[in-house]
Design a protein around this ligand. Structure first.
Ligand SMILES: [Fe+2]
Length: 293
């Protein structure tokens, strides 16, 4: 599924994102500055800073929003980046500063192909269901995400960010008496991608399997619209089908990987050595790039 292009033509990259959802741009001479220039042609810098969390460190010039990928060495299940927050990016972009000699492949899975591959029963169940994701954000998180420490400024930010999505995708929130933002993100499992295809791109598997020190799992509550957990057999069926379709991206130094977050999920294989250096930059498609109706 991932298309490989030689060079750094942003129009070719966008075409590939539109048709494949995932593209590798190969150019052995590319630098970190070149990565920033390329991605600036594809998306606008997000209004939030994705860097200042305990999971990531800033890299390179300030204001460019380049960060290390999530810390830790363990495998990362497939997920849709920040799928449970209004700040979720349209595009996840990764730049390989140094390719690992073994292990540490980034994984991708096409949500259009996954939806088609599901057994009819599971597909129909998911078509009629939504994922309800409650996540409580302490002030040090929400102030970074929304670029303000003023709770009164948050509703306008949320409205602007959520205008990208259809009316069936909502984010409701309130501030508790300790200043935490208690937010609930609702979205159908099966949604239109940015480019108008129908896909399943979700963080369901991530939530069910992700453990370790770099996710605050206790802050999340994930259910169906009924308040019940997603049935185990549904999770396992989605996982089994995704495993058939998963693709390992074998990095070469200076490669860029672009992932349309509305269509394709990503993860990683366990990191083996100490030579893997990959950085991330998240964004929303530039305003001139039209979302499919
Ligand atoms: Fe991610």
């Amino acid at each position: 599924m991932a298309m490989v292009i030689t060079g750094s033509d942003p129009d070719a990259a966008l075409d590939a994102l539109k048709t494949h959802g995932v593209v590798v741009l190969h150019d052995p001479d590319r630098t970190l500055d070149g990565f920033v220039e390329l991605t600036d042609r594809i998306f606008d810098i997000d209004p939030y800073h994705s860097v200042a969390t305990r999971e990531r460190d800033a890299v390179g010039a300030s204001g460019t929003n380049v960060a290390t990928v999530n810390k830790g060495r363990d495998a990362m299940p497939l997920h849709r980046e920040s799928s449970f927050l209004p700040t979720q990016p349209d595009v996840v972009t990764l730049f390989c500063q140094h390719a690992p000699s073994r292990g540490g492949q980034t994984t991708v899975c096409d949500g259009v192909a996954l939806l088609a591959a599901l057994p009819e029963r599971t597909r129909e169940f998911l078509r009629g269901e939504e994922l309800v994701w409650r996540f409580v954000l302490p002030i040090e998180r929400w102030s970074v995400l929304f670029g303000t420490r003023d709770p009164a400024a948050v509703p306008a930010k949320v409205a602007e960010l959520m205008a990208r999505f259809g009316p069936d995708t909502t984010y409701e929130f309130e501030f508790d008496d300790r200043g935490n933002l208690d937010g609930t993100y609702r979205s159908p499992f099966v949604t239109k991608t940015f480019w108008g295809d129908t896909a399943i791109s979700t963080s369901l598997l991530y939530h069910y399997h992700r453990q370790g020190p770099f996710i605050a799992k206790h802050l999340h509550r994930v259910t169906l619209s009924t308040g019940d957990p997603v049935p185990d057999d549904v999770v396992h069926t989605v996982e089994r089908c995704a495993e058939q379709l998963i693709e390992d991206v074998r990095w070469s130094t200076s490669d860029v990987l672009l992932i349309d977050n509305s269509r394709a999920m990503h993860g990683r294989r366990a990191i083996v050595g100490d030579d893997r250096s990959i950085v991330v930059r998240l964004g929303r498609y530039r305003s001139g790039i039209a979302r499919a109706a």
